[in-house]
Design a protein around this ligand. Structure first.
Ligand code: ACO
Length: 378
């Protein structure tokens, strides 16, 4: 039997999928055959929920049905809200999400069942919204609040977080962010969750596994780290010297740049750029960060052209979130709020259609057989 070794599992195929198609050379991303640009421009996050879980875009009554299911499930156990509010104010937002989904796993412990998996998936998305909203509210000293249904999911979420109304442009930008982060085939977080789902562990626990991988700076946390670069640079005229110092001389990675699959401009980054420019026009500080980011992008592309490293989805997303009023510590949690849909869609696809325990091998490179010596002889 010949075994192959691929460091970082690069180019290893772990499953078949009908969910997401990526062309990393031409910068194309599609969910179930639909270009990401069309989904952002002409559909809503709720339509994408239906698309990912049921295979097709919904008609009007199917859309109403999915909204109704989402809105019915915003409630969470009161112990969960108490847990969020009992944690120290400085607790990590994604860590709180992990604890919250761990708690749901202990309370409910659901089994995989084709007839209920999709309803459970929808309720997970709703609960993720209430948990995420209350992470912010607890940290900011605001009273707990279950998400209240408004016209659509994005508006319901924003209103609950901040208890104020938002313009149509702002709601559309949030909706776009939710759609853009939904799925990206099998990145580290989805793969981690798939490993858990392959053992038939429950859906909540699989979300915890995925969150653990998303939390890292090389994956979901890059949006926070990318934005922190703009904060550190502070003004447009310092971009060039910062790049020289930190990236060239300091040999640090430019966060929000580079991708394992895309060897061109990430199509999501283009859309995030459009919305962050649009929203930041009404927020002078965000506008400064937008200008810094644009200049940094230009310098980054010029420097890394031989390595084919371009802005990824996390480069501009923070500016959109910041323009809406979110603090930096929320960025990765917001990514998770959207990505939870991609995760559960992949888990269902794997468990229902192609289930097999995921159990790779490792090459043993340790010592040859050694003679055992008892403790008092060592
Ligand atoms: N800045 C500077 N150099 C980079 C960057 C970067 N952002 N990304 C890759 N490189 C360089 C590496 O130094 C390496 O150079 P070398 O061949 O001279 O040693 C080469 O490009 C290949 O790098 P790898 O780490 O092997 O590429 P990989 O495919 O594993 O990297 C990754 C992908 C982890 C995303 C990387 O580009 C990175 O660290 N980016 C910054 C973090 C980031 O933005 N992550 C978010 C990714 S998108 C997402 O998760 C939603």
């Amino acid at each position: 039997m010949s075994l192959t070794f691929s460091r970082g599992l690069e180019d290893v195929i772990i499953k078949e999928t009908s969910l997401t198609y990526i062309d990393g050379v031409n910068g194309i991303l599609r969910y179930r055959g639909y270009n990401i640009e069309d989904l952002v421009n002409y559909s809503s996050f709720e339509e994408v929920i239906y698309l990912m879980l049921y295979g097709n875009l919904p008609n009007k009554s199917q859309l109403e049905e999915v909204r109704e299911k989402l809105y019915r499930n915003f409630d969470v156990p009161k112990e969960l809200i108490s847990m969020i509010y009992s944690l120290p104010k400085g607790s990590n937002a994604v860590g709180i999400l992990e604890s919250a989904f761990g708690m749901l796993a202990s309370i409910y412990d659901p089994k995989w069942d084709k007839s209920t998996d999709r309803d459970l998936a929808i309720s997970i998305i709703s609960k993720a919204a209430t948990i995420t909203a209350n992470i912010y509210r607890a940290k900011e000293g605001l009273k707990p609040k279950i998400v209240e249904p408004k016209k659509n999911f994005a508006e319901s979420f924003l209103n609950t977080v901040f208890e104020k109304s938002f313009s149509n442009d702002e709601v559309k930008a949030m909706d776009a962010a939710l759609i853009l982060y939904v799925d990206h085939e099998v990145p580290a977080s989805t793969t981690a969750g798939l490993v858990a789902s392959s053992t038939l562990s429950d859906m909540y626990s699989c979300v915890v596994a995925a969150l653990a991988a998303l939390k890292g700076p090389l994956h979901g946390r890059a949006a926070e780290d990318a934005f922190n670069q703009f904060v550190e640079i502070n003004s447009e005229d310092k971009v060039e010297s910062w790049f020289e110092e930190k990236i060239i001389k300091g040999k640090n990675r430019l966060m929000g740049f580079g991708h394992r699959v895309y060897k061109t401009y990430d199509p999501r980054a283009k859309i995030f750029k459009y919305y962050s420019e649009k929203l930041s026009k009404n927020n002078s500080q965000a506008n400064i960060y937008y200008k810094i980011a644009s200049k940094l992008e230009e310098i980054g592309i010029k420097n890394f052209s031989d390595k084919k490293i371009y802005p990824n989805t996390d480069f501009y997303s923070g500016i959109l979130f910041y323009s809406l009023g979110f603090p930096i510590y929320m960025f990765t949690a917001l990514f998770a709020l959207s990505r939870v849909l991609g995760w559960v869609a992949h888990f269902i696809e794997y468990v229902e259609e192609q289930h097999r325990l995921i159990r790779p091998r490792a090459i043993y490179v340790g010592p040859e057989k050694r003679d055992f010596r008892p403790l008092n002889e060592r």
